[in-house]
Write a protein that binds this ligand. Structure first.
Ligand code: CDP
Length: 236
């Protein structure tokens, strides 16, 4: 049976795309690429180097020169993959709240997006890949075989993030998570270059009342029912 070779999963923060993308890639034996980790690596490096995050030119130059590698997980600490920035393991550092606060501003710069989009397209060209992000189906691989857009309300997503944080041994405050997520959603959706939105031919999945296992089942059905060249009914 033919299978979609390039699978794009987009959606807002905590819509479940990273978890679902990782599980789906594992089941299919495909490469999994979380493009958010690349934007986070640039934001992290900018903070480390003490760059002014409002300096578009400096941040874009950093994105062009930073060597970001996303590799199979090294270590057994629950990571989905290992992120190296100029050879340094920054897998957990890029999840820092300070990175959360700055990543959307950094990601809005055209120079940053160009540098990272080029790398992502090179990877997509090899096929057998599940790529997750905000603009995969619209900009990075608009000709992806299957496009999925995962969504949920802001409150449900903030609650999911809130429940994740103590698992990592950190303190969580629901109101501040909600506030930061609302701000990030707004920057991501309103930026000029590659804003967060569903591609017209993406299948939208409302995950508000679905568990991870249920979302995975829906997504696997889409993969199994995929027919080359046929655009699916995009309702949920
Ligand atoms: O995991 P979470 O959904 O919170 O965020 P992420 O997927 O790691 O992405 C972090 C940030 O990177 C987003 O808020 C966007 O600003 C940016 N991003 C983007 O602009 N384009 C992508 N393809 C992926 C992420």
């Amino acid at each position: 049976m033919p299978r979609p070779s390039t699978i794009a999963i987009d959606g807002p923060a905590a819509s479940g795309k990273s978890t679902i993308g990782g599980l789906l890639a594992e089941r299919l034996g495909y490469l999994y690429l979380d493009t958010g980790a690349m934007y986070r690596a640039v934001a992290w490096a900018a903070i480390q180097k003490g760059l002014d995050v409002s300096d578009e030119e400096a941040i874009s130059a950093l994105a062009r020169t930073l060597n970001i590698e996303i590799a199979r997980p090294a270590g057994n600490d629950g990571r989905q993959y290992t992120v190296l920035a100029d050879g340094e393991d920054v897998t957990w550092q890029i999840r820092d709240p300070e990175v959360d606060r700055h990543v959307s501003s950094v990601s809005a710069y055209a120079g940053v997006r160009k540098a990272l989009t080029e790398q992502q397209r090179r990877i997509a060209r090899q096929g057998r890949v599940v790529m997750v992000g905000r603009d995969i189906g619209t900009v990075v691989i608009p000709d992806a075989d299957l496009k999925i857009y995962l969504d949920a309300s802001l409150e449900v997503r903030a609650r999911r993030r809130y429940l994740e944080i103590p698992e990592r041994g950190e303190e969580a405050d629901y109101e501040s998570i909600l506030h930061d997520m609302r701000r990030r959603d707004s920057i991501d959706s309103h930026r000029q270059v590659a804003p967060l939105r569903a591609a017209e031919d993406a299948v939208r999945v409302d995950t508000n009342n679905l568990s991870i296992a249920e979302v995975l089942r829906v997504v696997e059905e889409l993969v199994d029912g995929w027919v080359p060249g046929v655009t699916r009914d995009t309702g949920t």
